[in-house]
Structures are given as C-alpha cells and as structure tokens.
Design a protein around this ligand. Structure first.
Ligand code: 4NP
Length: 154
C-alpha cells in the first residue's frame, strides 16, 4: 500500500480537490487496495469545514461525485503514516518543514517536484478566485503522481 497526502493552507480548496480528483483516477485504475489518498491543511483556520463552494462547483461541473469533505490539520501521525506529503505551493512546503518531525522530512514534496517544471506551484484560488486554473493544473499533474506510486508498488 502506498499512501499520499495532499496538503494546502486551508484544506477547503486545493488539497480536497486534489484528493477527490486523485481518488477518481485510483478508482479508474482499480488501485483502491494498493493506493490510498487523503488531504489536510497546514493551518487550523478551516478545521471541520466543507470544501469551499467554488471548488465544489468546478468538481461537480466536471462530473465528480462523492464530493464530501471535512477539513483537518495535518498531525504527527500523518507525517508518520504517509509515504508522500505533497504541498501545493512553496509556502506550504516551508510550513510543512517546520511542522514535520525530522525523520519524515524527506516525505515532503512540492506537487510539481516530479514534473518537467519542478519549481511551478498551484497558487491559492482562495485569493486568485481562479478555480479553473487550479482544476487544470491538478488534472495535468495528478496522473504523474499516480504513475510514480504505481512504479513503486511491489
Ligand atoms: P486552500 O485555500 O489552502 O487551497 O484550502 C485557502 C482556504 C482558506 C484560507 C486560506 C486558503 N483561509 O485563510 O481561511
């Protein structure tokens, strides 16, 4: 079993979108018993809240179902449990590295780390209001993460 956790600032926009979109490609590839995805926030701002309405809408428009979500903050158990902790932007990475137990530091990656443009990031649609760009970026990058995890299954 490979486990990946997507992380953003609030866990109501980018990382739940990533989780739901990644779960969909896990399902399509029948990898439910081999790959597990979850999401969390670096902050405590939105704990317990649902996915933000514009994020919900763009997923719904694109035919995603089961868009249920309750925001949570990453904790030490998550750092221990997950194989990959994947942040959406560079500030997420700075925050994660400050929160992370030393022995888990190597698990932290920027979402574009594994792409041809490793310094790119997914800007916060909470501020840009551009949920279409968030969706397009995730649609492009998530299959690379799935392929990486598939390659690592033993
Ligand atoms: P996210 O967006 O990190 O993509 O979930 C945000 C959501 C809420 C806040 C900031 C960013 N906030 O400040 O409450």
């Amino acid at each position: 079993m490979k486990k990946i956790m997507f992380v953003c600032l609030g866990n109501i926009c980018r990382s739940p979108m990533a989780q739901i979109m990644f779960q969909e490609i896990i399902n399509q590839n029948k990898l439910n018993n081999k790959i597990m995805v979850d999401s969390a926030a670096t902050s405590d701002y939105e704990i317990g809240n649902s996915i933000y309405q514009p994020a919900f809408q763009i997923l719904k428009q694109n035919n995603y179902k089961n868009i249920e979500h309750k925001a949570k903050q990453i904790n030490d158990q998550d750092f221990a449990n997950f194989d990959y902790i994947v942040g959406m932007d560079k500030q997420n990475i700075i925050n994660l590295k400050q929160m992370c137990p030393k022995k888990c530091l190597q698990k932290i990656h920027l979402i574009y780390d594994i792409s041809a443009t490793p310094t790119n990031e997914i800007k916060d649609p909470w501020y840009t209001n551009d949920f279409q760009t968030t969706f397009n970026q995730l649609k492009e990058i998530l299959p690379l993460w799935l392929q990486k995890l598939i390659n690592e299954l033993s």
